[in-house]
Design a protein around this ligand. Structure first.
Ligand code: ADP
Length: 255
């Protein structure tokens, strides 16, 4: 498998002279196409900063981030929004569906902004909706569909233009355990059936156990990484808890 994301020695400082926080301290790692990777760490360990730097919402203080060979740290202000739309898919904690748009229009949003031809938009939306099992609710509004269908709508929106990377920030953070499991099953399906490359930030061991590999951040540095390999999800969950205990702090307390 090809490497799709290459993080090279990134550093991020906040503040100014005399009052500097080092949020990321020489972080390097690579993600291969089709991988499902989790990022864990206690509150304040740098997870959000890392995600924001990869998604070009924030800029690095040093180092480079390559997405499919393009150095995202070099992209100019005027090209950033377009780069994000064309290359990245986002799954937010609150799903951020627009209530005044139908499910179809919500999914089509990125394509409409990209000025894709109407016929092509319909084809892509219907294809993705079919794959995520929401083809029959495309003309309903978000308030007319179930929580699980809303989740799948948000996933379809993230996937519809086949981005190179899907970024998920605490996707299960606002969900009860049943809804969380449904969403994680959908995300896993996006990875296994639709070959999406996924990078997911979470502090929750159950959520993280759906990933194939997990990087643990501590004080802005990579503390360790673990691979699921042939482990069952339950076995992997146990290993995640072990690392969390080793790391200590508030990450261990969520048990
Ligand atoms: P996490 O997502 O793991 O909780 P963050 O990436 O939010 O961690 O934060 C990493 C560190 O950077 C923390 O010490 C935090 O206080 C600091 N930090 C994050 N954002 C800012 C900011 N905008 N200004 C100053 N410090 C920040």
């Amino acid at each position: 498998m090809e490497t799709i994301l290459k993080i090279e020695n990134i550093e991020k400082y906040y503040g100014n002279e005399g009052n500097v926080t080092k949020a990321l301290d020489d972080v390097s790692f690579q993600v291969k196409e089709g991988e499902f990777i989790g990022i864990m760490g206690a509150s304040g360990s740098g997870k959000t900063t890392l995600l924001n730097c990869i998604s070009t919402i924030d800029t690095v203080s040093a180092g480079h981030i390559f997405l499919d060979g393009t150095d995202v740290t070099e992209i100019g202000e005027k090209d950033i929004a377009r780069f994000r739309r064309e290359n990245l898919g986002f799954i937010f904690q609150e799903f951020n569906l627009l209530d005044t748009l139908t499910v179809r229009e919500n999914i089509a949003l990125a394509l409409t902004i990209n000025r894709t031809a109407a016929k092509e938009v319909d084809r892509k939306v219907e294809q993705m909706a079919g794959k995520l099992n929401i083809a029959d609710i495309l003309d309903k509004f978000p308030y007319q569909v179930s929580g699980g269908q809303k989740q799948r709508c948000a996933c379809a929106r993230a996937m519809v233009n086949r981005p190179k990377l899907i970024l998920a920030d605490e996707p299960t953070g606002a969900l009860d355990s049943h809804s969380a499991q449904m969403l994680l099953d959908t995300i896993r399906n996006m990875n296994t059936s639709l070959s999406a490359t996924i990078l997911m930030v979470t502090h929750d061991a159950f959520t993280a156990s759906y990933a194939q590999r997990i990087l643990f951040l501590q004080d802005g540095r990579i503390f360790t990484e673990i691979l699921r390999g042939k482990d069952s999800r339950r076995q992997f969950f146990g290993k995640i808890l072990d690392v969390m205990t080793m790391l200590g702090g508030d990450l261990a307390d969520v048990r």
